[in-house]
Design a protein around this ligand. Structure first.
Ligand SMILES: [Cu+2]
Length: 202
């Protein structure tokens, strides 16, 4: 039993890898990351940290994929091993996970609320933030996806936080550090109307 758990933990650490790339030629970027949740006190740390093992048990699994092209970003979430039938609130947050749930900071916002932490529904909504709420099925699995007409600013979207209830207000049950990718600079420069002229003569 102990050996099995240890082997599982080692496998989790080895496999808790992902990938990501920005492709200047196509003006696209992507990130994919998966991991198995572990408590912050785990002997072998995981990028996926659970703070509430009744909702997000140790060794439950998460995968996040992001694809961005000019004018569109898709983020998808898949989970296994959650509490069957439970409804979770999930958002992209600003900072990497830490031992304390607060470490992930506030929600990533496309238009940043000048008042942080942001509670104003004009900013704290699923159009201006990335929400991936889901309800776990009878087998504990779940999935969600979100699509936006904008991309992430470099280094400002760093984790996915699972909350104990849907919407914007729940307690933080778990956190997964995901290095979301910005669009390559070339795509960002040609994204605005003022960038069109500047692109000449390159
Ligand atoms: Cu959140």
């Amino acid at each position: 039993m102990v050996a099995g758990m240890l082997a599982g933990a080692v496998a989790a650490a080895v496999l808790a890898a992902g990938g990501g790339a920005a492709d200047v030629a196509t003006g696209s970027s992507w990130t994919r990351a998966e991991a198995w949740f572990a408590p912050p006190s785990a002997f072998i740390p995981s990028p996926a940290v659970t703070y509430d093992m009744s909702l997000v048990p140790a060794a439950s699994w998460i995968e996040v994929e992001q694809h961005s092209v000019e004018g569109a970003t898709n983020v998808t979430l898949k989970v296994r091993g959650m509490k069957p039938g439970h409804a979770y609130g999930v958002h992209v947050h600003q900072k990497p996970c830490g031992a304390k749930p607060e470490a992930a900071g506030g929600h990533y916002q496309h238009r940043v609320d000048p008042v942080q932490p942001s509670k104003d529904p004009a900013y704290a909504n699923a159009e201006n933030e990335v929400w991936l709420d889901f309800t776990a099925g009878a087998d504990g699995s779940g999935s969600a996806s979100a699509r936006h007409a904008w991309g992430f600013r470099p280094g400002e979207a760093a984790s996915v936080v699972l909350h104990d209830e849907p919407g914007g207000a729940g307690d933080r049950a778990a956190c997964f550090t995901v290095p979301f990718a910005a669009l390559p600079e070339a795509a960002q420069q040609s994204g605005g109307a003022e960038g069109v002229e500047g692109a000449q003569g390159a």
